[in-house]
Design a protein around this ligand. Structure first.
Ligand code: CUA
Length: 359
């Protein structure tokens, strides 16, 4: 028998699965407690996320260092303001209104509500504005200049070494450590944003305009850059690696990149090159040293030497080359490059071997 209203509710909950689930959830919500150790553990797990190859909080360059300093000072200021506000809130809630001293209250309102925020915010504003001239200053005359063009969804990279020949490549940047570099940023299609968090701040790439970003890497290593402005379906797959090298290694690398591609050594790679030239790949891509002279897509002269393919989307491995060529739109939705899934597996393998061999 149902004798009370709560028994009636339990009976309805028993009959109706949705109501039962709702009642379970409500009970669980009432009993959820977050123990201190869980909060400490979560924080401990989150903190290492501040490091890595793509973190503005783990700077490896002069400009990123300035920005990280600014972030920590701003965070410190915000923590002090937050503690003061919470302290005052607790004071207001705890102390009985009759027991309050009204002169002290007025002092708190004017001091804590007007004076302190005005002083703190003015100091933080001035401190925040101070690094801007240095961050926007161009690199000294005669520095290495690199033109980067953001395209949907890859990076066209043109090195203009002082006194040397311009050199086009794609989707990877290498820099000499301790040397200032001047980036000139462009876009032929939509707005992109060029960002290497470990090395510098971000700068938009705007169609019809040229923007500039100067930086000076301080530590050798591999860092990751990304497009920081939504630019279409595969915006999240528009990344690149930046390798900061010792000066001599960099000069050697640049000289090697300036060379045309070597003729394929193996038979399978030679077959791959033939397929590359007969399947229309050459209409969009350039491979210096061969008749392939397309300029719509990335230059592939030394694609085999890069750390990733498809603009930071896949590792540079033969299997991934095959996957990319056969299923472009699955790997990178809405990409312009057509998928060559109709090619027999042995042709895909030959193409991948040829491209992988372009060191
Ligand atoms: Cu390019 Cu987002």
């Amino acid at each position: 028998m149902i004798a009370s209203l709560s028994q009636a509710r339990d009976f309805v909950a028993l009959c109706d699965p949705l109501a039962r689930r709702r009642a379970d959830n409500a009970r669980r919500l009432r009993t959820v407690r977050y123990p201190a150790w869980l909060i400490v553990l979560t924080t401990a797990l989150l903190v290492p996320g501040c490091g890595g190859v793509q973190s503005a909080l783990s700077p490896a360059g002069r400009e990123a260092g300035r920005i990280a300093d600014l972030f920590w000072w701003m965070t410190g200021g915000a923590i002090i303001v937050w503690l003061a506000v919470i302290g005052l809130t607790i004071y207001a809630a705890r102390v009985q209104s009759e027991a309050r001293n009204h002169r002290r209250d007025r002092f708190l309102i004017i001091g804590g509500g007007v004076l302190v925020p005005t002083v703190v915010l003015t100091v933080l504003l001035l401190y925040g504005l101070a690094p801007i001239p240095a961050l926007l200053a161009p690199a000294p005359e005669g520095s290495l200049k690199i033109v980067v063009s953001g395209e949907q969804w890859w990076w066209r990279v043109r090195y203009l070494p002082p006194g040397g020949q311009p050199l086009e490549m794609a989707n990877e940047i290498r820099l000499p450590v301790g040397e200032p570099v001047q980036f000139q940023l462009e876009s032929p299609d939509v707005i992109h944003s060029f960002w290497i968090p470990s090395l510098a701040g971000k700068m938009d790439m705007i169609p019809g305009r040229v923007t500039y970003l100067a930086l000076q890497p301080a530590k050798t290593g591999v860092y990751r850059g990304a497009c920081a402005e939504y630019c279409g379906t595969s915006h999240a797959m528009m990344n690149f690696y930046v390798e900061v090298m010792e000066k001599e290694d960099f000069s050697r690398w640049l000289a090697q990149q300036a060379q045309p591609s070597q003729p394929p050594a193996e038979t399978i790679a030679a077959r791959g090159q033939e397929l590359f030239l007969t399947n229309g790949c050459n209409a969009c891509h350039t491979v210096r040293g061969t008749p392939a002279r397309g300029v719509i897509g990335p230059d592939l002269t030394h694609v085999g030497s890069r750390l990733s393919i498809a603009a930071g989307t896949l590792p540079n491995e033969p299997d991934d080359f095959q996957r990319w060529i056969a299923h472009t739109t699955e790997v990178k939705p809405a990409v312009l490059m057509p998928a060559f899934y109709m090619l027999p597996p042995e042709d895909l393998r030959a193409l991948a071997t040829y491209l992988e061999g372009l060191k």
